[in-house]
Design a binder for this molecule. Structure first.
Ligand SMILES: [Fe+2]
Length: 389
């Protein structure tokens, strides 16, 4: 994959959601379950806080299904054409979330690349700040269907399970999980994650975000070693999970500018030495709290504190519903590690654990998320008692 040209990785629609790595998207393609499931991973984030985002390709009767598409660069399309040669055409493209903008924006371009495929979307799609019809956003009117309302694709091979809808005030949260019976894999979007204990393989293509965050100060040049990559990864995961973890201090503007533009840092790769972060205590300890054991599923903190803070019962009931699925062996979320080994017992245990521990805390690493939630409540943007549909 490293021999790919920049042109193969170009994504010209990046200004719609201007996230790192902007116009160049490297893609890691992995076979997750032989001849059944494939993962297409890209990086996405803000100011080098970049975490993997995944499209899962599943084999279905007569061809392939794309679940939660990523931007279809030439590199992505070439890999998909190779899979089509072996397993048949892309028959359906699925947008499994009502709210996840990062999963929604690539759909129209992917639909144009596969004009014979049906496009299936989660009901209740919304756009902010202005509600726009799907047609205006580039979804093809003649072949776009709504999951549930217009049936479901490949019902003989797949089972669909909804989480939500939950009223968020601005719009709604809903996610459609999909059990791929042939592999025993449950495909998910954002609700559950297993945060990689080691830097994900995707960073082998470009470790810059890890090296950037592994530093202590802006005037340190970017250096590379396995230890630095691990430290950078732990910090990235903490950023992405808590937005502003407790161990993080933002230096004064004067200090920030003093450390900027130093020799060795006068380049775009190190943002000219601008580095508005200071880690007061060990990021390794905070990471161990975030993901105590490798390969364990958890509700992402941002979701727990900002989307589900008052709907714990709904999440627990959903986990128990998933635990009743027959032959469940894997979970494949759209972020972080995959495939994650899974079973009914593990999901039951997670449901029990969520009932036992304090839900949506406000202390320590959670304090910043809690402040946002409290502010939104005060402004009346989010409801006190969200209605579950
Ligand atoms: Fe997502």
């Amino acid at each position: 994959m490293s021999t790919r040209s920049i042109a193969d990785q170009r994504w010209n629609w990046w200004p719609l959601l201007p996230l790192y790595p902007y116009g160049r998207r490297r893609t890691l393609v992995r076979e997750l379950i032989p001849d059944q499931l494939w993962s297409f991973e890209q990086l996405q984030g803000v100011f080098y806080v970049a975490v993997p985002i995944r499209m899962t390709v599943a084999r279905v009767p007569g061809g392939l299904m794309l679940y939660a598409p990523v931007p279809p660069t030439r590199e992505v399309l070439q890999a998909l054409r190779d899979l089509e040669q072996r397993h048949g055409p892309v028959r359906s493209i699925v947008l499994p979330t009502a709210s996840g903008l990062e999963h929604k924006l690539p759909v129209p371009a992917m639909a144009r690349a596969f004009p014979q495929a049906e496009v299936w979307v989660t009901p209740g799609q919304w756009s902010f700040p202005v509600p726009l019809p799907l047609r205006w956003l580039g979804f093809p009117a003649g072949r776009t269907r709504v999951l549930g309302e217009d049936g479901t694709p490949h019902s003989d091979a797949l089972q669909w399970i909804s989480l939500g809808p939950i009223d968020l005030g601005l719009g709604r949260f809903q996610e459609l999980a999909c059990l791929h019976r042939a592999s025993g894999a449950l495909l998910l979007t954002d609700a559950l994650v297993a945060i990689n204990a080691e830097p994900p393989e995707l960073f082998d293509l470009d470790p810059t975000p890890l090296l950037f965050h592994a530093r202590e100060r802006g005037d340190q040049p970017l250096q590379d070693s396995p230890e630095l990559r691990l430290r950078g990864w732990q910090r990235l995961a903490l950023f992405a999970s808590y937005l502003r973890p407790a161990a993080l201090e933002v230096p004064q503007l004067g200090t920030l500018l003093q450390q900027a533009f130093r020799p060795g840092c006068r380049n775009a790769r190190s943002y000219f030495g601008l580095y508005p972060f200071h880690w007061g205590s060990s990021s390794a300890e905070a990471f161990a709290e975030l993901q105590p054991k490798a390969g364990c599923l958890r509700v992402a903190p941002v979701l727990e504190r900002l989307v589900f803070p008052r709907t714990q019962g709904l999440i627990v009931a959903w986990l128990r519903q998933l635990a009743r699925l027959e032959d469940l062996r894997w979970v494949v979320p759209a972020h972080y590690d995959a495939p994650v080994p899974c079973s009914a017992e593990r999901l039951e245990a997670l449901a029990g654990e969520l009932e036992q521990r304090q839900w949506a805390p406000s202390e320590g690493n959670w304090a910043y998320l809690a402040r946002i939630d409290q502010l939104l409540l005060r402004l009346g943007v989010v409801p006190e008692q969200p209605e579950a549909g």
